[in-house]
Design a protein. Structure first.
Lengths: 272, 262
């Protein structure tokens, strides 16, 4: 299990919320590895602790709540739960980046999308405004936005949901992070757009050599996208393995239940 | 609505800025014939010692509006800082700041003004400072409220997730989203402050004579109201017009910016 080549090694991670003095544990000491450039899926129903796990890696507590983390999160040998906030801030965006669930609300509505990417590049890559804008246009093109030079001066409300998610992905990959965490990146999108966004994430992962942590409640999203899967339930990892093996022979009853929940066209007619 | 407000504001500013150029007489120059009615020489007549009412109105507006604008600017700056820190940082800092502001807020405006002026003397600075202190809590609250909600929005967490520091988040990702209620409240505060300034001047707590201002003109003219009604109607109309300007502007801004529907 202790693979020295691993990019991220999580050991005995726990997360405990404190609501009105009553502690409630949402992650029960989970351990997993992510290798450089690897695409890993995390599947489970809402409330199973997968988003909290992602936020632990970013060390972001949900606003307005206090959360206590335990265990270790080793990222390139540094324990993210123990480094200074200043160092962590440098990690965010530059080494580890995140794509959020709802693209409609994850962009600053009063800044142009270009300015939001420029900001990132100036902060982390130390580019001048002019150089940052050139790179911003490249990035917008890279994530598949047409006329990127023109669209960079538009505000978020001038973009559709799918396009906004592309912008958020452009922001996330702007500094070529080693690890990209995508927390339900397609849940808020139209079905037709979902596949495009997933393919974009996979392509960028390959082209930029990023490891990808794809969090979802939908096994259909995971299939064909990632190499390995961790199934989470009630704050534990109940099953893990190669995605093909897991699909072929799920061991844990919860995994079987999740797989059975994926709608299939060929069975849809028969079940009625 | 907002267009009307801006036209009124432009007229007000033009009169105030061009005051010395367009005023027909010096505001302290006396001419024979006190309490005279309107004439070609004195459109709004003269006051009790023969000074031109129109000229005094124009020049007096400069003093009143200068105090108003400077005081509100100070209150706005203080309110922005206190409201943003209070709302964004939250917790004990929020509690501490808001309790202090509550205490200030609890003081009646005039009581506080009379106390300050009695203790420190009726100077321009004291008057401005008093009014600024009085209106800081209102503006701080208007800033704090929306900050409390905006700081929980997703884009703030998204900004944090790419390594933006807390200070930069507060300035670039929270503050720009709360400007509309602040604009509206600032305009309303300007309207209120005009009343406060003239009322304090009326009570003799305003800037010392001989500089004319609308409040003291009203106070002087009060005794001769029946003999020369224009000496009272003039400053009264000016006060109403100036306040109305900012109220109309505030309403227009509110409609235009659609505060609260976001």
């Amino acid at each position: 299990m202790d693979d020295p080549r691993a990019l991220l090694q999580v050991r005995d991670l726990t997360a405990q919320f404190n609501r009105d003095g009553v502690p409630s544990r949402v992650v029960n000491g989970i351990s997993f590895d992510i290798a450089p450039g690897e695409a890993v899926g995390f599947v489970g129903e809402s409330g199973c602790g997968k988003s909290v796990t992602a936020r632990a890696i970013m060390r972001l507590a949900p606003e307005g709540s206090s959360v206590a983390w335990g265990g270790r999160i080793l990222f390139r040998g540094r324990d993210l739960l123990r480094i200074e906030e200043r160092e962590m801030r440098d990690m965010r965006g530059r080494r580890i980046a995140m794509v959020f669930q709802d693209p409609m609300t994850s962009l600053n509505p009063v800044m142009t999308v270009g300015a939001q990417i420029d900001d990132m590049l100036c902060r982390h890559a130390g580019l001048s405004r002019r150089a940052a804008r050139r790179r911003t246009v490249e990035l917008l093109g890279l994530v598949g936005i047409r006329d990127p030079a023109l669209r960079a001066d538009d505000h978020p409300h001038q973009f559709s949901g799918g396009m906004r998610q592309r912008v958020l992905i452009a922001i996330a990959v702007s500094c070529q992070p080693d690890l990209l965490i995508a927390d339900e990146p397609t849940t808020a999108l139209d079905v037709t757009v979902q596949a495009q966004i997933l393919r974009l994430l996979m392509r960028l992962g390959r082209e930029l050599g990023m490891a990808l942590m794809l969090i979802t409640h939908d096994f259909g999203v995971i299939a064909g996208m990632v190499e390995r899967v961790y199934v989470m339930h009630g704050g534990d990892i109940v099953e893990s393995g190669e995605v093909d093996a897991l699909f072929a022979g799920p061991q844990h009853p919860y995994t079987r239940a999740l797989l059975a929940a994926v709608p299939r066209i060929e069975t849809a007619g028969r079940t009625t | 609505m907002v267009a009307i407000g801006f036209v009124m504001l432009a007229a007000l500013l033009a009169i105030v800025i061009l005051g010395p150029v367009i005023a027909p007489y010096s505001p302290s120059k006396t001419s024979p014939g006190s309490l005279a009615g309107p004439s070609a020489a004195h459109w709004l007549g003269t006051d009790s010692i023969g000074r031109d009412v129109l000229s005094r109105l124009i020049i007096g507006g400069r003093g009143t509006l200068l105090i108003t604008v400077v005081a509100v600017a100070i209150a706005l700056a203080a309110g922005l800082v206190l409201g943003l820190v209070s709302g964004y940082v939250g917790g004990r800092v929020d509690q501490a700041i808001m309790r202090v502001l509550d205490v200030v807020f609890a003081f009646p405006v005039f009581l506080l003004a009379i106390a300050v002026v009695a203790a420190l003397g009726p100077t321009l600075q004291n008057l401005i400072l008093t009014i600024a202190i009085v209106y800081t809590p209102t503006l701080a609250r208007v800033v704090r409220g929306p900050v409390l909600s905006v700081k929980r929005w997703d884009h703030v967490e998204a900004a944090r997730s790419v390594g933006v520091g807390e200070f930069a988040i507060a300035i670039r990702h929270v503050l720009p989203l709360v400007v509309s209620p602040i604009l509206v409240q600032t305009s309303l505060t300007l309207a209120n402050t005009i009343f406060t300034v003239t009322a304090l001047s009326f009570l003799g707590l305003g800037p010392p004579p001989p500089d004319p201002n609308w409040g003291s003109m009203l106070a002087e003219a009060r005794q001769f109201m029946e003999l020369a009604p224009l000496t009272v109607i003039g400053p009264a109309a000016a006060i109403v017009f100036a306040s109305l300007t900012f109220i109309v502007l505030a309403n227009g801004l509110r409609e235009m910016l659609d505060v609260g529907s976001r």
